[in-house]
Ligand binder design. Structure first.
Ligand code: CA
Ligand code: CA
Ligand code: CA
Length: 136
């Protein structure tokens, strides 16, 4: 357990120097989202993560809000942020809202058991970030 905490601290401190699109970056984001540290992301944890980005608390996340926080938290390059935002805005109305989140979660939940484990998250994350579709 102590090793886990220590490795998280190390990972967190080094977040800005993480290589964009790397496994380490994906795991870093996973740990940020995993609030109760049980190595699984629930729907409420997914929601929580998104609305952390919602600066004006109007329950809708614009790409500007998302990218601002994305860069401040050193979650990856701005290109990655843009790619991710467009994937997460499932109904493509230009905002990430409450109604998008269950779809996002389903997308990450490869074995459809209602929770997203670290391996599922990392796999899907890297697929999103590295998708040629996103690099237009
Ligand atoms: Ca959790
Ligand atoms: Ca939307
Ligand atoms: Ca799952």
């Amino acid at each position: 357990m102590i090793v886990l905490i220590l490795s998280c601290i190390l990972i967190c401190v080094n977040a800005c120097s993480l290589q964009a699109g790397s496994d380490a970056e994906a795991r870093y984001v996973f740990h940020l989202a995993d609030i109760d540290h049980n190595y699984r992301l629930s729907l409420s944890e997914f929601r929580h993560v998104f609305f952390e980005f919602d600066r004006n608390h109007d329950k809708s996340l614009t790409s500007d809000e998302f990218l601002l926080d994305w860069q401040e938290r050193c979650l990856g390059s701005s290109l990655e942020g843009v790619i991710l935002f467009h994937h997460l805005d499932v109904d493509r109305n230009g905002h990430i809202e409450d109604t998008d989140i269950p779809w996002v979660m389903n997308y990450f939940d490869g074995n459809l058991d209602g929770v997203v484990g670290q391996a599922e998250f990392v796999t899907t994350w890297l697929k999103l970030i590295r998708s040629p579709h996103g690099r237009r």
